[in-house]
Design a binder for this molecule. Structure first.
Ligand code: ADP
Length: 640
């Protein structure tokens, strides 16, 4: 708190980094802080600022940037109806001028005054542009380069002296200041702050965390690529929050129970039928049209015992209003949802008014990357062991609770089975890998032997056994969904340039909601067992390996892609062993000769084409995970 010097809501003009990008104006909260946030997105390091000045206002600005004339736009209580930001100023730094519009002249003065702390900066300019840079040129001098030298000299004053030392006080000041005042804090950064809304409650797991209350707004003080952000609540409390528990205010549909972001048409139909309630509905993202929504509605039917389902695409006007039927325009999706829930004669074309929100599952809170901010070493005293889950390469895996409350899986690493020191170093990196389709690493217990690896608990165990359970009958859409889950996780790992190296159905796990997640990523590097690590060894995953790995141990994202193709094959053959009639060396020979796995019965030609594309002999010809995910999504809506 103490580090904030000024805090105001201003209008910010987009910086038009590309000449063609449109100019827009957004209301943003600006903070001037002592903390160094310069390298963070949306903030400017004070030390980089070379000039702060007012700007000559635009010709004919729209009402929101016009100074109101007397008596204009005021209501009975004399409060301006239009929110106005008529007083522009510029903050010039290495990326060019940032234009900010203040609601009052007084506030603009205060900010400029405070920002003139930059008088100690070493690269202050002597000249500036008094007018805006717009559509590729400065209005004052028609220069086209954004960083072109200024065309007007600055008033020479102490604020623009090119020195690091403050000037001695003038005699006037000397007499005015009887006692030396405490030094004014010099700000080090000015930045816009992001506002978010909590999607879930979060109870702090350690003292550095901040509690989250579902639906409440928070200000993000430090945003990074890491899974924990520093935030402030409305009472001024600060602390770290899991970034996957919040959503940007501007896209807050996710807080509504009737909105299911990632749900396909067939899944929506399945859920609505399962629920079987007249007026059951789901608002979801249109799979075929990005950025659009679809409302799926269920109604009982006299002819079909399964009921009727209709999908209505939500259209959007150029003015950003939404509609299903053109007569009814709505400003927001929640407004549209509310109106469609009413009995209105004009809504007879709708098969049922929207009554019951249906969702895939109780929106349960996702895993956090670690049990609290910065906690990667876990105290074993906080663990309770409840049951054995199985045994793997590294030994026994148990199910248990952390602090009696949170489900966890505990891998007890058999001594001599892992290069522990190397793994412990890497674990800190792996903790920051956080994705809803990756089994989350929560932390490690390394102060005792055997060491433990603590991960997210997955109630339905490993995918391979899940597929092999004969009593389950999976629909093709469910099999595709499993592949999609894995592909999403792999797309994330690919974006982080992190290789799995042992992707296979046995290394994926299934949670209580049937969601498949990828596990054991990168762990194979720490196995101490020649049978597993050498490509000639009996435990080497030969059947999941491409020719370049079998021949030259050349691992890449593209070798993970090959393994993903084999995993798709495992899914569609319900857990069969790939190349089942061959032993390992026959399989190697077979693959190097160019022979490939056959099409499993359950896989359509299109699905088989996707897995087959993963087995291109040339690694560079194989698709990326992003491309694979696109192909899977394309099929999702089209195949029943
Ligand atoms: P290792 O990494 O030592 O080879 P595995 O990850 O294969 O061990 O785990 C062995 C078995 O334990 C798995 O087949 C699975 O049934 C169970 N298991 C492992 N991790 C979890 C988990 N996070 N949640 C639930 N069960 C798990």
């Amino acid at each position: 708190m103490a580090s904030i010097i000024l805090e105001s809501i201003f209008l910010k003009r987009s910086q038009q980094k590309k000449k063609t990008s449109p100019l827009n104006f957004k209301k943003r909260l600006f903070l001037m802080t002592l903390s160094r946030r310069g390298s963070k997105k949306g903030s400017v390091d004070i030390e980089k600022i070379t000039c702060v000045e007012t700007v000559v206002p635009e010709n004919n600005p729209p009402p929101e940037r016009q100074v109101p004339k007397k008596g204009e736009d005021y209501n009975m209580e004399q409060i301006s109806i239009i929110e106005r930001f008529p007083y522009p100023f510029q903050v010039v730094y290495d990326e060019g001028p940032l234009y900010v519009f203040s609601p009052t002249e007084e506030l603009r003065k205060r900010w400029i005054h405070q920002l003139k702390m930059i008088r100690y900066n070493s690269d202050l300019v002597q000249k500036y542009h008094p007018c805006f840079w717009i559509d590729g040129q400065y209005l004052c001098c028609s220069q086209t380069a954004k960083n072109a030298m200024g065309c007007q000299s600055l008033k020479v004053g102490r604020s623009h002296r090119k020195t690091k030392k403050p000037l001695p006080p003038t005699p006037e000041e000397d007499t005015m200041v009887m006692k030396p005042l405490p030094p004014e804090p010099a700000p080090s950064a000015v930045g816009e702050m992001k506002k978010v809304v909590a999607l879930y409650n979060y109870v702090p797991m350690n003292v550095q965390d901040l509690q989250l209350q579902k639906g409440e707004e928070y200000l993000i003080l430090e945003e990074s690529h890491l899974p924990w952000w520093k935030a402030r609540d409305k009472n001024g409390r600060e602390g770290y929050i899991p970034s996957n528990y919040v959503t940007e205010t501007s896209n807050s549909l996710e807080i509504y129970e009737w909105y299911s972001k990632n749900i396909t048409r067939s899944q929506a139909e399945q859920l609505l039928k399962q629920e079987g309630k007249e007026g059951g509905f789901i608002v979801r993202d249109s799979t075929s049209k990005t950025g659009k929504y679809t409302v799926s509605v269920y109604a009982k039917s006299a002819v079909d015992p399964q009921g009727m389902i209709r999908h209505y695409v939500v259209c959007c006007t150029p003015q950003n209003q939404y509609y299903l039927a053109e007569k009814h325009l709505f400003n927001t999706i929640p407004e549209l949802r509310n109106t469609l829930s009413l009995f209105l004669p004009s809504l007879l074309w709708l098969i049922s008014r929207l009554k019951y929100p249906v969702s895939r599952h109780q929106k349960s809170a996702p895993s956090t990357a670690g049990l609290g901010y910065g906690s990667w070493e876990i105290d074993p005293k906080d663990l309770t062991f409840l049951k054995e889950l199985g045994t793997g390469q590294f030994g026994v895996v148990k199910y248990g609770k952390w602090r009696g409350q949170y489900n966890v899986a505990i891998k007890m690493i058999r001594e001599g089975s892992m290069s522990e020191d190397e793994f412990i170093d890497e674990a800190k990196v792996m903790m920051n890998l956080s994705h809803e389709k990756l089994v989350q690493l929560y932390g490690v217990c390394t102060k005792q032997r055997p060491i433990f690896i603590i991960t997210e608990y997955m109630a339905n165990g490993c995918l391979l056994n899940f597929l092999r359970e004969t009593q389950r009958r999976f629909q093709p859409a469910e099999l595709l969904e499993m592949c999609k889950d894995v592909c999403e996780a792999m797309e994330y790992l690919e974006s982080k340039q992190f290789l799995h190296r042992d992707l296979a159905a046995r290394n994926c796990l299934v949670n209580d909601q049937g969601i498949v997640k990828v596990s054991d990523f990168g762990l194979s590097r720490y196995v101490l067992d020649d049978e597993y690590t050498s490509s000639m060894g009996s435990k080497f995953p030969v059947r999941w390996s491409p020719p370049e790995v079998l021949l030259y141990s050349k691992f890449s994202s593209k070798s993970d892609v090959w393994s993903f193709g084999v995993l798709m094959w495992e899914v569609y053959s319900l857990g069969k062993m790939p190349y089942e009639r061959f032993n390992n060396s026959e399989t190697t020979e077979h693959v190097i000769q160019g022979l490939r796995l056959y099409r499993p019965q359950q896989a359509s030609e299109r699905v088989y084409a996707i897995m087959y594309s993963c087995w291109h002999e040339k690694a560079e010809e194989r698709p990326t995970f992003t491309a694979l995910l696109d192909s899977i999504v394309d099929i999702t809506d089209e195949e029943p």
